[in-house]
Design a binder for this molecule. Structure first.
Ligand SMILES: Nc1ncnc2c1ncn2[C@@H]1O[C@H](COP(=O)(O)OP(=O)(O)OP(=O)(O)O)[C@@H](O)[C@H]1O
Ligand SMILES: O=C(O)CCCC[C@@H]1SC[C@@H]2NC(=O)N[C@@H]21
Length: 255
């Protein structure tokens, strides 16, 4: 197989993000590190990202970035995943959504996650995408701490998920585009698309903020990439970080 010059294809590695950060001096804008076998994937805050056979794991190098742009790029990466998939698979517009700050959901279950890390002025944006995973079989083995209600895979909606290379090409194109938009005008240019895909908008939720739990309803995402929550005590809160513990999906369009 011949690879494009921007692609580093590793037969196996612990984590494409870790590998890219360790070799950051080699990389420039638009480079991509991919492996079909990621053995120790990382999620946010040290959580695990599992990659059984069929999970696409790749890291995209973007430069330059300023520190405040990293969370914006992570959100934009979620949109890049959605645009790439909608170009390659025929899907209803309500199928794919973004769950702040870094998840892509397919009909409410996690399809992809994003981990953005920086070695300024470069960013390493890692994407894990469940492309062709037989979760029933994988979870039956009992070694992965997930339930079938939490996860999904492209293979659940199409018998022939797109190949890895066309997916990487599309993801890279959309990420480069989003990087340009963010460099020139911040997140403002992407807010309408985010608003359209925000699965938390209008949903009752509980967020762990680090200083306790906040209960309310999702009220959108602002220009700084913060989650807006209309709290049950009446105030509007903007959260730069936090973990959505529980949310009650409004199942738009699915029924
Ligand atoms: N291949 C996978 N597909 C779907 N979900 C996964 C996969 N591997 C791990 N996970 C889940 O993703 C979590 C890591 O993602 P993350 O750090 O984003 O947490 P999260 O529970 O999605 O919270 P947040 O709402 O903050 O994103 C893991 O704790 C695990 O529950
Ligand atoms: O949902 C999350 O918390 C983010 C998951 C990010 C997983 C990808 S897989 C490629 C890259 N390498 C990693 O170790 N993590 C990211």
């Amino acid at each position: 197989m011949s690879f494009p010059p921007w692609l580093t294809w590793l037969d196996e590695c612990a984590s494409t993000n870790t590998w890219a950060l360790q070799h950051i001096d080699k990389f420039k804008q638009g480079d991509v590190v991919f492996t079909p076998r990621q053995t120790s994937g990382r999620g946010q805050q040290g959580r695990l990202w599992y990659a059984p056979a069929g999970v696409l794991t790749a890291s995209f190098i973007l430069q330059p970035i300023a520190p405040a742009e990293l969370p914006l790029l992570s959100l934009a990466a979620g949109l890049a995943v959605i645009h790439a998939l909608e170009d390659l698979i025929s899907l209803p517009a309500s199928a794919l959504g973004i769950k702040w700050p870094n998840d892509v959901l397919l009909w409410g279950r996690k399809l992809a996650g994003v981990l953005g890390e920086a070695r300024l002025p470069l960013a390493v944006v890692g994407v894990g995408l469940n492309r062709q995973v037989d979760w029933e079989m994988v979870l039956a083995a009992g070694t992965i701490n997930l339930t079938p209600e939490q996860v999904t895979s492209l293979s659940e909606i199409t018998a022939t998920p797109p190949d890895v290379l066309p997916l990487l090409v599309k993801l890279r194109d959309y990420l480069l585009q989003a990087h340009g938009v963010i460099r020139h005008g911040g997140l403002a240019g992407l807010l309408p698309q985010l608003r359209q895909r925000d699965v938390l908008y209008g949903c009752p939720l509980i967020v762990s903020t680090g200083q306790g739990n906040l209960t309310g309803a999702g009220a959108g995402i602002d220009e700084l990439g913060r989650l807006l929550v209309q709290s049950n005590n009446g105030s509007l809160q903007a959260l730069a970080a936090g973990r959505v513990l529980r949310w009650e999906a409004l199942r738009r369009g699915q029924e």
